[in-house]
Design a protein around this ligand. Structure first.
Ligand code: P6P
Length: 340
């Protein structure tokens, strides 16, 4: 039997979504195609990063006499360049830029979306071959179309996201994104240079056996978090034995694995850094959106992440995200009366 199973490419998928919503303008589909294009370009460079010594180290000239960019700078330029060239984005807030990047031209000013992103998260892992990723969230602007966007378009609570997603540059290159209608994953087929639908309608299992946290900070975590981590290690056979601790140190990979297999990812606040390390707008919010649409949950330890009203582009937030029942378990420890 000929296996004529057809993979939808990302472009075909976004057009299919458009056909299902005739009233849609196609701008979001087009914006997603722009993101897919930038991701493919970044993927090429990430995959040869290990060759930087041959090609020339970042900031120095390579054998062609070109200045080699740091990969996160390269990724940032690629995403901003593609989004600015397109006509579906009014501006970008990026981890790599202190201020928002306003695409102040006639067509961009007419766009109804803005994008928040971490263009290359975990870039410190590149030199040791650990997977890294891009994280993004898409918002409808709150300022009137026809004029340049401004910071108010970016300081929206995460529940206002129209879509969110991430790209994992790992053993394969995977683009996962979703709207409120569902989360879908697309694997890059390098032979044709297309992202193909491989993970339709991703759902986060309500429970899992993986917990992800940096144990090195254990004694700096609040008591409830420490109690939960201890409980994860003390599970007895009556509830399936102890959980497994998995922590790659690259958020995109850790959260993606837990989303698919079930699990919980924690980056708590510490005594020295009560707000933790992760950025609310372009790390916590996109993953919180994806987790909730897939059936999971995400909090900062006290509040639903998506309800937090941002006050600053690069503000940090503690993050707990993952399977709903594991989040319930965690909260039972965090809200328990402090031990006397
Ligand atoms: P730590 C990478 O630098 C990152 O921003 C996330 O991708 C990752 O989850 C976290 O930091 C790791 O931080 O402090 O545990 O090394």
């Amino acid at each position: 039997m000929i296996n004529n199973r057809k993979f939808f490419t990302l472009d075909e998928f976004t057009i299919k979504q458009l056909r299902e919503f005739p009233q849609a303008t196609g701008e979001l589909s087009s914006l997603m195609r722009d993101i897919g294009l930038a991701a493919k370009r970044v993927n090429v460079e990430v995959n040869k990063a290990g060759l930087a010594d041959i090609l020339g180290e970042a900031g120095k000239e390579n054998v062609q006499g070109e200045i080699v960019q740091k990969l996160d700078e390269f990724a940032n330029n690629q995403f901003i360049g593609v989004l600015h060239h397109g006509v579906n984005c009014a501006g970008v807030g990026s981890e790599e830029n202190d201020d928002i990047v306003v695409f102040d031209d006639e067509l961009s000013n007419k766009s109804k979306y803005v994008v928040l992103m971490d263009p290359l998260d975990g870039s410190g892992n590149i030199d040791v071959g650990v997977s890294i990723g891009t994280i993004f969230g898409i918002y409808r602007r709150v300022t009137e179309k026809g004029q340049p966007c401004n910071i108010s378009d970016f300081l929206q609570p995460g529940r206002n996201q129209v879509a969110a997603g991430y790209i994992v540059y790992g053993s394969s290159t995977l683009l996962v994104y979703g709207t409120r209608r569902g989360i879908n994953g697309f694997t890059l087929d390098p032979s044709v240079g297309e992202f193909c639908l491989t993970h339709p309608d991703i759902k986060c299992p309500p429970h899992g056996r993986i917990y992800s946290v940096n144990h090195g900070n254990f004694f700096q975590y609040e008591e409830g978090v420490r109690a939960y981590i201890n409980a994860c290690q003390k599970k007895d056979s009556s509830n399936g034995g102890p959980y497994t601790q998995r922590y790659i140190g690259s958020m995109v990979s850790d959260v993606h694995r837990n989303l698919i297999k079930g699990g919980i990812f924690m980056y708590p606040g510490t005594i020295n850094k009560p707000k933790g390390k992760l950025r609310l707008l372009y790390e916590c919010n996109p993953f919180a959106f994806i987790a909730e649409v897939a059936g999971g949950r995400a909090t900062d330890g006290k509040n639903r992440i998506l309800d937090v009203q941002p006050y600053e582009l690069h503000q940090r937030s503690p993050l707990f995200v993952g399977s709903s029942q594991m989040m319930d378990e965690l909260e039972s420890y965090m809200h328990a009366e402090p031990a006397k």
